[in-house]
Design a protein around this ligand. Structure first.
Ligand code: LLP
Length: 430
């Protein structure tokens, strides 16, 4: 648990605010973020990179709330986007288009146009066909498009297969062995300007070695390109640093950055990184209330008001999120590291924490030892990345509210959706 979420007595707080106060004011389910936690990660990157020209491009997909983008923009961050929609969010949040890199395998003509109009820093091109399209769209607009090739280094990120992206069998990037030929082709395209090289090998990596292996392979290409007279302005080594959800031991940001800088061995190209999860993941929790306790024949269920539409990671990846009571029962002190009670007592039971959605896969956590009563509030930890941004309206459930806490202040940064908003664009036919 991030130190910005902590117990004071029996009450779970975010910074100086009891989570119970947030539930009372904004209702549940509700995502709650700590501003200090959000800024802390970015500060660590900036400090670790001091002395080397760099740009931290926050991966917007991890959490795209405008307030969060604005906080990062004001701290000087750039952004890694994967859609025209994310670009519009960045601009609406006051982000600087000249600090935006555009990743993704399926950029449409309209999205490329929008990004060229906005004047982004660079397109991370993922295929030969995209290179052709980029050149053509730029030509039609009388512009020169800044381009970098996303190269697939064929490195095993040792993470969940759904979020591993740097292997030959993945759909991402251009094949390592074809990269040089594609750079030559790009050099000859009149409406492209080659600015860099890029890779991203996966997400929630808990070891440094795959990052180093990927960097070494990318840097070997940079040298070959230089021999051909193709000089790059930046090297983008993607995102992917993991966080601790349970008992993982990911590298500290400073150590990860130091390892990457070590591979650069005094090169002068600007280093771009695209962290997402590590900046927001442990800066947010999902606050939910127990609706019912149901004691089944084989299992006990705590049915809560958050569901897979609010937080899909458990259902989709079998991901583990720590779940803590917002008010600890007097004789039951939860141990955040494993969810098991320190001093077991009668009130506690082993619960399946499930949502109201009509799917067996609708669970937030399995077999959690909790001392809870109906109406109790629970905090689902490490939910700040890929929580709200992956939420949906399944079962016509309006999406949750989002609140940022800053010291003693709470700010509603996204109102709870209403049902009428959900069907506003629908029509009945005669
Ligand atoms: N850059 C690119 C090109 C990416 O595709 C991603 C994430 C990132 C940067 C940021 O990676 P991060 O630093 O957050 O690991 N929904 C999954 C994670 C999918 C990640 C997709 N790409 C989850 O909930 O675990």
């Amino acid at each position: 648990m991030s130190s910005y979420f902590h117990y004071r007595g029996s009450q779970l707080y975010v910074e100086q605010v009891p989570l119970a106060d947030i539930a009372a004011q904004f209702d549940t389910p509700c995502y709650v973020y700590s501003r200090a936690a959000l800024t802390d990660g970015l500060r660590q990157f900036t400090e670790a990179l001091r002395g080397h020209e760099h740009l931290i491009c926050y991966a917007v997909k991890a959490n795209s709330n405008l307030a969060i983008l604005n906080i990062f923009a004001r701290l000087g961050a750039g952004f890694d986007i994967v859609s025209g929609g994310e670009l519009q969010r960045v601009l609406a949040a006051g982000g600087d288009a000249r600090k935006v890199v555009f990743s993704g395998v399926g950029k449409s003509v309209a999205e490329i146009r929008m990004a060229l109009d906005a004047g982004i820093l660079c397109f991370n091109v993922e295929s030969a066909a995209e290179l052709d399209r980029l050149n053509k769209v730029a030509e039609s607009m009388g512009k020169i498009a800044p381009a970098s090739l996303r190269v697939n280094p064929d490195v095993d990120a040792k993470t969940h297969p759904y979020i591993s992206t740097g292997l030959k069998q993945n759909k991402f990037g251009v094949a390592y062995d074809e990269a040089i030929a594609l750079y030559r082709r790009a050099r000859d395209m009149p409406h492209l300007r080659i600015t860099g090289i890029d890779c991203h090998i996966g997400s929630q990596l808990t070891e440094t070695s795959p990052f180093i292996a990927a960097a070494e392979k990318i840097l070997a290409l940079v040298d070959t390109l230089a021999d051909e007279g193709i000089h790059l302005e930046h090297i983008d080594l993607g995102g992917g640093v993991g966080i601790c959800y349970r008992n993982e031991t990911p590298p500290e940001i400073a150590d990860y950055v130091a390892a990457l800088l070590g591979t650069l061995r005094g090169r002068s190209e600007k280093l771009i990184l695209e962290p997402g999860r590590v900046l927001t993941g442990n800066a947010g929790v999902l606050l939910t209330r127990v609706e019912y306790l149901k004691h089944g024949e084989e299992k006990n269920f705590a049915i809560v008001d958050a569901a897979m539409n609010d937080l899909v990671r458990p259902a989709l990846y079998d991901a583990f999120h720590e779940i803590l009571p917002v008010a600890q029962e007097p004789s039951h002190k939860s141990n955040p590291s494993n969810g098991r009670g320190g001093e077991r007592e009668n009130l506690s039971s082993i619960y399946e924490i499930v949502g109201p959605i009509c799917e067996t896969g609708d669970f937030i956590g399995h077999a959690r030892d909790l001392a809870i009563t109906p109406q109790a509030l629970l905090a689902v930890l490490s939910a700040g990345a890929y929580g709200m941004s992956m939420s949906s309206n399944y079962n016509t459930r309006p999406r949750a509210a989002e609140v940022i806490v800053d010291g003693i202040a709470m700010h509603l940064v996204r109102e709870r959706e209403t049902v009428s908003q959900l069907y506003a664009g629908e029509k009945i036919i005669l």
